[in-house]
Ligand binder design. Structure first.
Ligand code: CA2
Length: 165
Protein backbone atom coordinates (compact mmCIF):
# COMPACT_ATOMS: atom_id res chain seq x y z
CA UNK A 1 0.00 0.00 0.00
CA UNK A 2 1.39 3.37 -1.04
CA UNK A 3 0.21 6.61 0.59
CA UNK A 4 1.05 10.21 -0.30
CA UNK A 5 1.28 12.62 2.65
CA UNK A 6 1.18 16.32 1.78
CA UNK A 7 1.88 19.23 4.11
CA UNK A 8 0.83 22.69 2.97
CA UNK A 9 2.29 26.16 3.42
CA UNK A 10 4.13 27.21 6.57
CA UNK A 11 3.93 23.76 8.16
CA UNK A 12 7.73 23.64 7.81
CA UNK A 13 7.70 26.14 10.72
CA UNK A 14 6.00 23.71 13.09
CA UNK A 15 7.61 23.43 16.52
CA UNK A 16 9.51 26.67 16.03
CA UNK A 17 6.67 29.25 16.16
CA UNK A 18 3.08 29.47 17.46
CA UNK A 19 3.48 26.42 19.69
CA UNK A 20 0.40 27.42 21.69
CA UNK A 21 -1.78 26.79 18.63
CA UNK A 22 0.07 24.06 16.73
CA UNK A 23 2.04 22.26 19.45
CA UNK A 24 5.74 21.59 19.91
CA UNK A 25 6.20 18.74 17.44
CA UNK A 26 8.30 19.61 14.40
CA UNK A 27 7.35 18.45 10.93
CA UNK A 28 10.33 16.07 10.98
CA UNK A 29 9.03 14.49 14.20
CA UNK A 30 5.59 14.05 12.69
CA UNK A 31 7.04 12.52 9.52
CA UNK A 32 9.22 10.07 11.47
CA UNK A 33 6.23 8.89 13.55
CA UNK A 34 4.17 8.49 10.38
CA UNK A 35 6.85 6.42 8.65
CA UNK A 36 7.17 4.21 11.76
CA UNK A 37 3.41 3.61 11.91
CA UNK A 38 3.37 3.04 8.16
CA UNK A 39 5.93 0.25 8.58
CA UNK A 40 3.74 -1.37 11.25
CA UNK A 41 0.68 -1.13 9.01
CA UNK A 42 2.45 -2.22 5.83
CA UNK A 43 2.17 1.16 4.15
CA UNK A 44 4.91 2.88 2.20
CA UNK A 45 4.70 6.64 2.65
CA UNK A 46 5.91 9.41 0.39
CA UNK A 47 5.88 12.67 2.36
CA UNK A 48 6.20 16.16 0.89
CA UNK A 49 5.80 19.76 2.07
CA UNK A 50 5.36 22.82 -0.10
CA UNK A 51 4.54 26.49 0.32
CA UNK A 52 3.34 26.59 -3.30
CA UNK A 53 -0.22 25.79 -4.36
CA UNK A 54 0.74 24.65 -7.87
CA UNK A 55 3.37 22.27 -6.55
CA UNK A 56 0.80 20.65 -4.27
CA UNK A 57 -1.59 20.36 -7.24
CA UNK A 58 1.14 18.70 -9.33
CA UNK A 59 1.90 16.16 -6.60
CA UNK A 60 -1.80 15.35 -6.17
CA UNK A 61 -2.09 14.74 -9.92
CA UNK A 62 1.00 12.51 -9.89
CA UNK A 63 -0.60 10.36 -7.16
CA UNK A 64 -2.96 9.03 -9.82
CA UNK A 65 -0.19 6.59 -10.71
CA UNK A 66 0.75 4.05 -8.08
CA UNK A 67 -0.85 5.48 -4.94
CA UNK A 68 -3.74 4.11 -2.88
CA UNK A 69 -4.64 7.22 -0.90
CA UNK A 70 -3.70 10.71 0.22
CA UNK A 71 -3.33 12.37 3.62
CA UNK A 72 -3.23 16.13 3.29
CA UNK A 73 -3.01 19.11 5.60
CA UNK A 74 -3.60 21.86 3.04
CA UNK A 75 -2.95 24.48 5.79
CA UNK A 76 -4.19 27.94 4.67
CA UNK A 77 -5.07 26.56 1.21
CA UNK A 78 -7.85 24.62 2.95
CA UNK A 79 -9.83 27.83 3.03
CA UNK A 80 -8.90 29.27 -0.36
CA UNK A 81 -7.93 26.64 -2.91
CA UNK A 82 -10.44 25.43 -5.45
CA UNK A 83 -7.41 24.18 -7.43
CA UNK A 84 -6.43 21.73 -4.69
CA UNK A 85 -10.03 20.60 -4.30
CA UNK A 86 -10.34 20.05 -8.06
CA UNK A 87 -7.08 18.07 -8.18
CA UNK A 88 -8.22 15.82 -5.33
CA UNK A 89 -11.57 15.28 -7.01
CA UNK A 90 -9.83 14.47 -10.30
CA UNK A 91 -7.49 11.82 -8.89
CA UNK A 92 -10.41 10.26 -7.00
CA UNK A 93 -8.24 8.57 -4.35
CA UNK A 94 -9.47 8.18 -0.76
CA UNK A 95 -8.24 11.34 0.95
CA UNK A 96 -8.04 12.26 4.61
CA UNK A 97 -7.85 15.96 5.46
CA UNK A 98 -5.87 16.67 8.64
CA UNK A 99 -5.66 19.81 10.76
CA UNK A 100 -3.55 20.13 13.87
CA UNK A 101 -5.90 22.70 15.39
CA UNK A 102 -9.69 22.53 15.61
CA UNK A 103 -10.49 24.84 12.71
CA UNK A 104 -14.10 25.19 13.93
CA UNK A 105 -13.01 26.79 17.20
CA UNK A 106 -10.91 29.46 15.55
CA UNK A 107 -11.56 32.48 13.33
CA UNK A 108 -14.66 32.41 11.14
CA UNK A 109 -12.60 32.27 7.92
CA UNK A 110 -11.08 28.93 8.99
CA UNK A 111 -14.47 27.26 9.38
CA UNK A 112 -14.90 26.62 5.68
CA UNK A 113 -12.86 23.95 3.92
CA UNK A 114 -12.83 23.57 0.14
CA UNK A 115 -11.25 20.14 0.65
CA UNK A 116 -13.70 18.47 3.02
CA UNK A 117 -16.32 18.00 0.28
CA UNK A 118 -13.98 15.74 -1.69
CA UNK A 119 -12.32 14.05 1.30
CA UNK A 120 -13.27 10.73 2.79
CA UNK A 121 -12.83 12.20 6.27
CA UNK A 122 -11.50 15.19 8.13
CA UNK A 123 -9.52 15.08 11.40
CA UNK A 124 -9.21 18.41 13.17
CA UNK A 125 -7.93 19.33 16.62
CA UNK A 126 -5.89 16.30 17.71
CA UNK A 127 -2.54 17.94 17.06
CA UNK A 128 0.20 15.74 15.62
CA UNK A 129 -1.72 12.62 16.67
CA UNK A 130 -4.29 13.48 14.00
CA UNK A 131 -1.86 12.38 11.29
CA UNK A 132 -1.51 8.95 12.90
CA UNK A 133 -5.27 8.61 13.23
CA UNK A 134 -5.56 9.55 9.57
CA UNK A 135 -3.04 6.91 8.53
CA UNK A 136 -4.80 4.19 10.52
CA UNK A 137 -8.18 5.14 9.10
CA UNK A 138 -6.91 5.37 5.54
CA UNK A 139 -5.13 2.00 5.71
CA UNK A 140 -8.29 0.37 7.06
CA UNK A 141 -10.36 1.96 4.31
CA UNK A 142 -7.99 0.91 1.53
CA UNK A 143 -7.77 -2.64 2.88
CA UNK A 144 -11.53 -2.88 3.21
CA UNK A 145 -12.32 -1.58 -0.27
CA UNK A 146 -9.37 -3.11 -2.10
CA UNK A 147 -9.08 0.30 -3.71
CA UNK A 148 -5.94 0.66 -5.74
CA UNK A 149 -4.65 2.08 -8.96
CA UNK A 150 -2.44 0.34 -11.43
CA UNK A 151 0.68 1.88 -12.94
CA UNK A 152 -1.33 3.30 -15.86
CA UNK A 153 -3.68 5.06 -13.46
CA UNK A 154 -6.74 2.87 -13.97
CA UNK A 155 -8.70 1.76 -10.92
CA UNK A 156 -8.80 -1.92 -9.98
CA UNK A 157 -9.49 -4.16 -7.00
CA UNK A 158 -12.96 -4.77 -5.60
CA UNK A 159 -14.30 -1.73 -7.37
CA UNK A 160 -15.80 -0.50 -4.12
CA UNK A 161 -15.69 3.25 -3.70
CA UNK A 162 -15.23 5.14 -0.44
CA UNK A 163 -18.64 6.07 0.90
CA UNK A 164 -18.10 9.82 1.00
CA UNK A 165 -17.39 10.20 -2.72
O1 CA2 B 1 -4.60 23.43 12.10
C1 CA2 B 1 -4.03 23.21 11.03
O2 CA2 B 1 -3.36 22.20 10.81
C2 CA2 B 1 -4.09 24.27 9.93
O3 CA2 B 1 -4.20 23.59 8.68
C3 CA2 B 1 -2.80 25.04 10.01
C4 CA2 B 1 -2.73 26.21 9.03
C5 CA2 B 1 -3.96 27.08 9.15
O4 CA2 B 1 -3.93 28.08 8.13
C6 CA2 B 1 -5.24 26.29 9.02
O5 CA2 B 1 -6.33 27.15 9.20
C7 CA2 B 1 -5.30 25.18 10.06
C8 CA2 B 1 -1.49 27.06 9.31
C9 CA2 B 1 -0.21 26.31 9.21
C10 CA2 B 1 0.89 27.24 9.61
O6 CA2 B 1 1.69 26.57 10.56
C11 CA2 B 1 2.51 27.32 11.31
C12 CA2 B 1 3.29 26.61 12.21
C13 CA2 B 1 4.14 27.31 13.02
C14 CA2 B 1 4.24 28.67 12.93
C15 CA2 B 1 3.47 29.37 12.03
C16 CA2 B 1 2.60 28.67 11.21
Amino acid sequence: MRILVLHGPNLNLLGHREESIYGTATLDTIDVSLIKLGEELGAELVIRQSNLEGELVNWIQEARRGYHGIIINPAAYTHTSIAIRDALAAVDLPTIEVHLSNIYRREEFRRHSYVSGVALAQISGFGAAGYLLALRGLCEQVSATGSKRSADGSASGSGAKPGAR
